[in-house]
Design a protein. Structure first.
Length: 272
């Protein structure tokens, strides 16, 4: 079967808080190596999938060459991982039907999250953009509220329609919950859904993204996915769970490296 899925790993060497972060060690392995292993594990289980690192830095190109990781040099003008993912497609010898954007600073992304996005795309011909979420327990909702007292713009929530398409994303916790005390005794989980920043796009949706007008909500909230909703591009939400592993977003600081290492020590490595 011809390749139809490309997992692209944007990896930027420059970082204000953590310079050279793709090559920083996490529990003895370079962060980029960990992310590439996740992508490879997904592709190893399919005949229609490939993966590639997208970077603008020769040091990352050299690292990938030494470690037999596919890599593409992208334009220095790329301003985001989305732009870098699109630019890297020119290095492929095929046009993928689906592009998964797996950020190079996400070394603890469960591989089954990617697999479940692909499965959801295969089952829903209307899905153009796919991204995962977890349903928060009441305890997890409480922790998110506490975290937002310190960092109000960390953590994104989403509300969905009956077909699991996104209605809105926000850095505020949505939906508002009336009569919460009563609901806690009736519902095992809270109504809140936390968005996870992993995306899959059809080729046409990713191409169209760069021509779409910027949404005012994208600018207000700092959420680029609002551009799709504002311009009536359907975003399919895919429910996932961590299967007993701890959750963590991207690694952006030395403290994040310590947190990632603590999680690996506590939960172990993914079964890749």
């Amino acid at each position: 079967m011809a390749n139809k899925i490309a997992i692209v790993i944007p990896a930027r060497f420059g970082s204000t808080r953590l310079p050279g972060k793709p090559l920083k060690l996490i529990a003895g392995k370079e962060m980029l190596s960990r992310v590439a292993m996740i992508a490879k594990s997904v592709c190893d289980n399919r005949t229609d999938c490939t993966y590639i690192v997208a970077t603008d830095d020769s040091r990352i190109v050299d690292f990938c060459g030494t470690n037999n990781v596919p890599v593409a040099m992208t334009a220095e003008t790329c301003q985001s991982g989305t732009e870098r993912s699109w630019d890297a497609l020119g290095a492929l010898d095929f046009t993928p039907e689906l592009i998964v954007n797996l950020q190079g600073d996400n070394p603890l992304c469960p591989p089954w999250f990617i697999e479940e996005l692909i499965t959801a795309w295969e089952r829903d011909p209307h899905a153009q953009v796919l991204t995962p979420y977890i349903q928060l327990s009441w305890d997890e909702l409480d922790r998110l509220r506490e975290a937002k007292k310190v960092t109000p713009f960390s953590g994104t929530t989403v509300v969905v329609d009956k077909e699991s398409y996104a209605l809105a994303f926000s850095k505020n916790i949505i939906p508002a919950i009336r009569k919460e005390k009563s609901l806690r005794s009736k519902m095992a989980q809270s109504p809140a859904k936390r968005h996870i920043g992993l995306y899959a796009y059809t080729y046409s949706a990713l191409k169209e993204y760069f021509t779409l007008p910027v949404s005012p909500y994208e600018e207000f909230e700092g959420l680029e996915q609002m551009r799709f909703l504002h311009n009536n591009v359907p975003v399919k939400m895919v429910q996932v769970d961590y299967r007993g592993y701890g959750s963590m977003s991207g690694v952006d600081s030395p403290e994040d490296i310590l947190r990632a290492e603590a999680m690996i020590e506590k939960y172990g490595e993914f079964p890749l």
